[in-house]
Design a protein around this ligand. Sequence first.
Ligand SMILES: *Cc1c(COP(=O)(O)O)cnc(C)c1O
Length: 377
Amino acid sequence: MKKIQMVDLKGQYEEIKETINASVLNVIESTAFINGPEVHNFQKNLEDYLDVKHVIPCANGTDALQIAMMGLGLEPGDEVITADFTFAATVEVIALLRLTPVLVDVEPDTFNIDIDAIKKAITPKTKAIVPVHLFGQCANMDAIMEIANEHNLFVIEDNAQAIGATYTSGNGTKAKAGTIGHVASTSFFPSKNLGCYGDGGAIFTNDDELAHTIRGIVNHGMYRRYYHDVVGVNSRLDSIQATILNTKLSRLDEYNNRRKEAARKYDEAFKGQEHIVTPFRNGADDNHVFHQYTLKVKNTNRDALVQHLNENGIPCGVYYPVPLHNQKAYQDERYNEADFTVTNQLVKEVISLPMHTELDDEQIAFITNTIIEFVNG
Ligand SMILES: *Cc1c(COP(=O)(O)O)cnc(C)c1O
């Protein structure tokens, strides 16, 4: 059996090696390293793929979130509601901009931000909601947009984990994740569903004026060369990453399909297992692109299972082991443990299995058999 990896970047590279190597060499020969034609091509290709008016590439997914918030003109003291159960980058940039993060609980089945918890957290200071499409599954955007419209709030989708997912709204309309709110961010970190070979990120929006503002912010607040109208940042996607992303974007649907196929095989193998809860699908099949395949284990020592898997050569991950409201940097006396019952439980039960485009049946069988034996043992 091939060695099992959490993410098999090498296996994926082998398949596209010739194209990637030639395109990277081309960029080097051209010496157009910054803002070269490949960056522009990628921007256009991603706009077409997502069916969104504006893609603004930037240096990473954390910057993308920060820049989106800067572009909306949020001000210190404005409250921004986001999920307690996500990667820290989401809350980090809120705090960094001196906005006030308001963490709320998530749903026990989808792991995504809880709609009633959002409603409960809204105050006159609330300015924005940041849903995270966690593990590749779209949050309940119908309900989130409805709340946002009612209270005049911005919606910033953190789409770092769900690029290529398609959200089907209650009225049947379909839209790519990241094109539904006012603005969205994504990450091209190597292990993401669309990953480059270094750091990268992008912001998406259908709002022309916001796109213009953001294009200036990513470039030192310049709208005319050497005239700085606003305080900006330096955040760029480089041409080498862009050319790699162009190759991989043309395969993104196939890559996501392979992830979904692996997820189906995992589901099948765990069928009927009383200690294992397989990932819940909220709606249509293309609503979830399985950035992670995350189980909840019941009546099982999760940490002992992690150790057992590692001892058997099976990498796995615990995303995330600590609720954000309990992280030293983000504690706030206004939080009440009773408002975070779901997240507090999830951090003890979740385990993410190897998930990538190169998993084969033999590996999946070995992984699932090892887990099933352990939880029943
Ligand atoms: C990866 C990730 C980010 C940050 O992306 P970077 O490119 O690593 O800065 C932000 N939010 C979520 C939910 C992520 O998974």
